[in-house]
Design a protein around this ligand. Structure first.
Ligand code: ATP
Length: 234
């Protein structure tokens, strides 16, 4: 469903992404691994339309979306849950979810989407009227994911969803991604937590200095000595 070829991006002359190519098939979970500064966030921001590529191409469901912006990608079915949560702290849980569902104009459908999120995230249901900023880190992360899901994406892109979460919550969050995937949503996952990311994903890419240098089934990468040394601390 997603085909990314030879992406390039430089911030004020500093090259962040020089040659990134990747694909995501319908129903897949694909992980993007790499050291700090390898270009993972820049790559997914280009795919979601938050940054405009300076070279290369992006196709989604057969259409060229290289130049599309976020507000065009969301209705096409691509939602990004950015690094650092970025929920609205002064808005309630419910209001944050409504923001995520802005593309759905039918209030009945929007209400249904909210009820689906409350079923998937019972903690959010319990706290629907609480201000986003008063939720714990883990709850804010769940809210950010739920908000991205409100647009009913066919491809959900997550940038470091486990960052700053306690180990128990990390495990819960990965379980949740599995459940979301089982409902038919493809996932592109940027993660520092390589072990969990490789366990939950079907395939993975490794980024080094702005380039995709490896691609394989995640189960093969877990057993690979170079990957174990670089990312799993073994
Ligand atoms: P991290 O896990 O640390 O977020 P990453 O793999 O996601 O790393 P990017 O955030 O894409 O990597 O950054 C790639 C390179 O681009 C890094 O050298 C980074 O310092 C630089 N960079 C990122 N954002 C900006 C920016 N807004 N302005 C200038 N340089 C940037």
């Amino acid at each position: 469903m997603l085909e990314v070829a030879k992406l390039h991006y430089a911030y004020a002359g500093a090259v962040a992404v020089s040659d990134v190519s990747l694909t995501v098939a319908e129903g897949e979970i694909v992980a993007l691994l790499g050291a700090n500064g390898a270009g993972k966030s820049t790559t997914v921001r280009m795919i979601a339309g938050a940054l405009q590529p300076q070279g290369g191409s992006i196709r989604f469901e057969g259409q060229d979306v290289t130049r599309a912006e976020c507000h065009e990608m969301v209705p096409r079915g691509v939602a990004l849950c950015p690094e650092g949560r970025l929920i609205m702290p002064q808005m309630s849980v419910l209001e944050n979810l409504l923001m995520g569902g802005y593309t759905q104009r039918d209030p009945v459908r929007r209400r249904e989407a909210i009820e689906e999120m409350f079923a998937l995230f019972p903690r959010l249901a319990e706290r629907r009227n609480q201000l986003g900023g008063l939720m714990s880190g883990g709850e804010q992360q769940m809210l950010a994911i739920a908000r991205a899901l409100m647009s009913k994406p066919r491809l959900l892109i997550l940038d470091e969803p486990s960052l700053g979460l306690a180990p128990k919550l990390v495990a819960e969050m990965f379980q949740l991604l599995k459940r979301v995937n089982e409902t038919g949503t493809a996932i592109l996952l940027v993660e520092q937590n390589a072990r969990q990311a490789l366990r939950v994903s079907h395939r993975a890419y490794v980024l080094e200095k702005g380039q995709t240098v490896r691609e394989d089934r995640s189960s093969n990468l877990i057993d690979d000595d170079a990957i174990r040394a670089a990312f799993l601390g073994i």
